[in-house]
Design a protein around this ligand. Sequence first.
Ligand SMILES: [Zn+2]
Length: 72
Amino acid sequence: MENMIELEDCPVCRGNGIISHEGGWNVQVECAMCGSHTVYVEYENEEEKKTAEQKVARLWNLGKVIKASAGE
Ligand SMILES: [Zn+2]
């Protein structure tokens, strides 16, 4: 059984967080509303990919995000 990844609402604006992969080797959680995001976590294979997704999801759920600075 795979662990489902649950994402809380955005800690900044309460928008929806989405898991975003870039380049096929790193992943972050990004807010669809305000663009705040976690750090990227790199991975090299399918197993590390799952771990990386869970790691960024945990950071997101803890509110450890980088606020989008646009418009401030
Ligand atoms: Zn947001």
